[in-house]
Design a protein around this ligand. Structure first.
Ligand code: CS2
Length: 456
């Protein structure tokens, strides 16, 4: 906290009435009907405002650090959502459980009769075998069965292809045999597509908000105006009137999810590694450069033909809108934030469209440059020689990438958790990666990105 903030009171139930009139605040504090696993900034900026609008309260849970609970508890779980000039205080969160401190509280809440929906933002690595969330859902569901309660609907809100089936498989694998058949028959794990750019909050954001609202909010989140949530219409029990809050319910989320993962998230990861190597701190700076924009367009020219977009989705309009969203300088979305956990993000964002193009004998140079950027990133050094920590569950392995571009590509392709065997064995893929990684090593990321402008 800075000196200026120290003189201001904290946001809390007692100080709500001191907010300036233009700040939107909660009408009531809704009773919990939702449990959310992984209560980070994304949940607070994306699903929580929907539940706020629908009057469904939330009990959040953190699997690791107590930071979110510690920031929210003194504020009576209130926090601000900052979108451009607008500030909305959200009251839907009613409690946060720090799971390592009190695992039984999570099980009890999951099994409570009033819990109807469980949402999850546990990141891609939260679905790896041994990660805790699935085990808790399995325990909670088993208890519900024993008590004669309906299952809750578990909604994965992570950026994974087929996130609902991934979650279902993980929960069934973690279930004891007695509950497994019941969960398989009666449980619901709808697939979803979630979309809102939510950069991490920093101290300057907290200070700027305090200066505007006269209260210190250590749990604030900031987000872009755009928000979208598409949920497969498959529920186990009660649900709020999602459509009334602008959520799309549909029979098939797959085409939405694929377009979003490959276009938005694919470009994000490409910008994270290539921009990061070139010393570009923020996404908006990457697309402010004409060469950066042209590279993103080249990447999308390769990706777009691999999509089967839903009829409502106009790809040209979607691409133009995405570029505008990336260009939002007020967000200050850091490339390093997106670079995190690349080993878990590459497959659904970049490798899936690459495999489809290769199967049709099509070129993959822009996509390959993005993947080569990820390989180069593993050295933990920008083109200017600045060192950074590679934040990735496979960092122990990827640290070992060394030697010539060909040697580094071969070491990467040996990672079975990232590259499926058929793709790893594809000579055209290997050649393109070696070509692009050589370009990155010899000329640096800025020049490699520029080379896509020269080609046209
Ligand atoms: C980003 C996403 O950090 C990342 O990996 O690509 O968090 C992205 O901002 C969201 O998926 C947008 O909906």
């Amino acid at each position: 906290m800075t000196k200026g903030e120290a003189r201001l009171p904290r946001l809390s139930a007692a100080t709500l009435n001191r907010l300036p009139a233009w700040v939107e605040r909660p009408a009531t504090r809704p009773a919990p009907r939702v449990v959310h696993l992984g209560i980070g900034a994304f949940h607070r900026a994306h699903q929580a405002p929907v539940f706020e609008e629908l009057g469904w309260g939330i009990v959040g849970a953190s699997f690791r650090a107590p930071a979110v609970r510690d920031a929210m508890a003194p504020q009576d779980w209130l926090y601000s959502l900052v979108v451009g000039d607008q500030v909305q205080v959200i009251g839907a969160v009613r409690d946060v459980i720090v799971v390592p401190e009190n695992p039984q509280a999570l099980v009890a809440t999951l099994a409570a009769p009033e819990t109807a929906i469980v949402t999850l933002t546990i990141t891609e690595k939260g679905y790896l075998p041994g990660a805790p969330a699935a085990g808790f859902l399995a325990q909670g569901l088993a208890l519900r069965r024993a008590r004669g309660l309906a299952p809750f609907t578990a909604i994965s809100c992570d950026n994974l292809a087929g996130n609902g089936s991934r979650l279902r498989d993980a929960v069934l694998a973690a279930s004891d045999p007695a509950a497994r058949d019941w969960i398989a028959a009666h449980g619901a794990f709808p697939q979803t597509m979630v979309d809102r750019i939510v950069p991490a909050t920093d101290a300057a954001d907290i200070e700027a908000l305090a200066a505007r609202i006269g209260l210190v909010d250590l749990a604030m989140v900031k987000a872009e105006p755009f928000t979208q949530w598409v949920i497969e219409d498959r529920f186990a029990g009660e649900r709020p009137d999602f459509a009334a809050a602008g959520v799309t319910l549909t029979a098939d989320v797959g085409p939405w999810e694929e377009a979003k993962l490959r276009l938005l998230n694919g470009a994000h990861s490409a910008i994270a590694y290539l921009g990061g190597l070139a010393g570009v701190e923020h996404v908006h700076q990457f697309v402010a450069a004409p060469a950066g924009r042209r590279f993103v367009e080249a990447l999308w020219d390769e990706t777009a033909p691999t999509l089967s977009p839903p009829p409502e989705l106009d790809l040209a309009g979607y691409r133009a809108a995405l570029l505008d969203r990336f260009a939002n300088a007020a967000l200050a979305h850091r490339t390093r934030q997106i670079a995190m956990d690349g080993s878990q993000k590459l497959p659904q964002r970049l490798l899936a469209p690459i495999a489809e193009r290769l199967a049709r004998g099509e070129a993959i140079e822009a996509l390959a440059l993005a993947v080569a950027g990820w390989i180069a990133w593993q050295a933990g050094r920008t083109d200017a020689g600045e060192r950074f920590i590679v934040d990735d569950p496979l960092a122990e392995r990827t640290r070992g990438f060394a030697g010539s571009p060909a040697a580094r590509v071969d070491a990467a392709l040996a990672l079975r958790q990232v590259f499926p065997p058929a793709l790893a064995a594809n000579p055209a893929f290997r050649d393109a990666l070696v070509r692009q990684l050589t370009k990155l090593s010899e000329q640096g990321a800025a020049a490699a990105v520029e080379s896509f402008s020269a080609q046209e």
